[in-house]
Design a protein around this ligand. Structure first.
Ligand SMILES: Cc1cc2nc3c(=O)[nH]c(=O)nc-3n(C[C@H](O)[C@H](O)[C@H](O)COP(=O)(O)OP(=O)(O)OC[C@H]3O[C@@H](n4cnc5c(N)ncnc54)[C@H](O)[C@@H]3O)c2cc1C
Length: 370
């Protein structure tokens, strides 16, 4: 194997695994280093809503375009991953319901509807009766809702596992429990230094260590954007029979994501608490109350699990993907609350960039500034 195509990826979340798999398929000698186990960061703990349209806020049109471009690639992505592994990723294209539970929410939702209309996004306005026909478990207080038929969903933990498998099957080298301490840069990029004191040469390196990326030593100032962890708490209950909901339901203070395996995920908080991984009573209470407001039957559901995760978030709330000013050093960081949605565009786009030296135009607004 030529040493000029020997690449290291630091971090085993979707931002690292996706490009790693694609580069291995393109014939690169790829080594992915994960300090713990793949998916142990945000990627294995996400809800898996693939919702560029529902997630859009009024000032994020560039991110919307990136999300839409990624969603467009999802069917092919899932097909390739399923072909490579045979995994069931619980990928669905059933759309989502955004519901209002009082008059103020209804007014906000109406503004969102007008905004979606202006951007030509697929959205349908539903009165209470229509919403209840789609989801009989909705609270009687839901009088107004939007249906976004373009939203998809997937099981992120299953996707991470499949990505690991596909990566290895494509000839990639997966090094778990191998924490990277340092990026070695002399006159040029030299390789990686590990916490056990060893070092290895690489011609190319991708930093994809989520909100921990800034803890890596050796990267000169100005190369990495500031990335902070935004904590999200998640609660999992039994979906029940008949299921409490069949679609993703987004209420003002919580969302509900049903899974084919009988789980219902309820999320999520947005908290600035550093890296404290302990779920809090208040956080779980907030999302439970938010969910119950929209779907009262939650009250009797059995709790199966709960956890926290850290969304890697930049100041601009945008991912940073592409080559840095140091030859051979690339970033795949800052995917915030959309990293699962952005997995295919990040994987295909970054692999193409590294392989051809050309950043696809859709990624240009997200290129590193340093
Ligand atoms: C509660 C919650 C719900 C979410 N819901 C959605 C959703 O519905 N839809 C969506 O699109 N997105 C969602 N997200 C966002 C999504 O999960 C993230 O954007 C995405 O997973 C980020 O991927 P990543 O690979 O950058 O980071 P991570 O998945 O955190 O991966 C980083 C990896 O780097 C490893 N690492 C760190 N330091 C080192 C080191 N020194 N050496 C080696 N390895 C290291 C870590 O162990 C970790 O595995 C959600 C996030 C949370 C927390």
């Amino acid at each position: 194997m030529s040493t000029t195509r020997r690449i290291a990826i630091v971090g085993g979340g979707v931002a690292g695994l996706g490009p790693a798999w694609q580069l291995a398929r393109r014939g690169w000698d790829v080594h992915l280093f994960e300090r713990d186990e793949i998916g142990c960061g945000a990627s294995g703990r996400a809800a898996g809503m693939l919702a560029p349209n529902s997630e859009v806020t009024f000032e994020e049109e560039q991110l919307l375009r990136l999300g839409q471009a990624s969603l467009k690639r999802y069917p092919r992505w899932v097909e390739e991953l399923t072909d490579a592994t045979g995994a069931d990723l619980d990928y669905r294209r059933g759309g989502a319901l955004i519901v209002a539970v009082d008059r103020d929410d209804a007014e906000e939702l109406e503004q969102l509807y007008q905004y979606h209309q202006r951007l030509n996004l697929p959205v349908e306005r539903l009165i209470g009766r229509q919403a209840h026909r789609m989801e009989p478990g909705l609270s009687p207080s839901v009088h107004y809702a939007l249906f976004t038929p373009g939203d998809h969903q997937i099981d992120p933990a299953a996707m991470v596992e499949a990505l690991g498998e596909a990566f290895v099957a494509a000839g990639g080298h997966l090094h778990q429990h191998q924490p990277v301490a340092k990026v070695l840069i002399g006159d040029k990029l030299e390789g990686l230094g590990f916490e056990d004191g060893s070092t290895e040469y690489f011609s190319h390196i991708v930093i994809a260590a989520g909100p921990w990326s800034s803890q890596l030593e050796g990267i000169p100032d100005g190369i990495l954007p500031s990335i902070r962890p935004i904590r999200g708490q998640m609660l999992v209950v039994e979906l029940g029979e008949p299921p409490l909901v069949e679609h993703v339901v987004r209420a003002p203070d919580a969302y509900l994501v049903p899974r084919r395996d009988g789980r219902l995920l309820i999320g999520s908080t947005m908290e600035e608490r550093g890296f404290d991984p302990r779920p809090s009573a208040g956080g779980l209470l907030d999302i439970l109350e938010g969910a119950r407001e929209a779907v009262p039957g939650i009250y009797d559901a059995h709790i199966l699990d709960y956890w926290t995760g850290f969304r890697p978030t930049t100041l601009a709330n945008q991912p940073v993907i592409g080559p840095t000013s140091i030859d051979g050093l690339y970033l795949s960081v800052g995917h915030g609350r959309n990293g699962i949605l952005l997995t295919p565009i990040t994987a295909y786009g970054l692999a193409e960039t590294i392989d051809t030296n050309e950043l696809p135009s859709i990624l240009r607004p997200f290129a590193p500034s340093g």
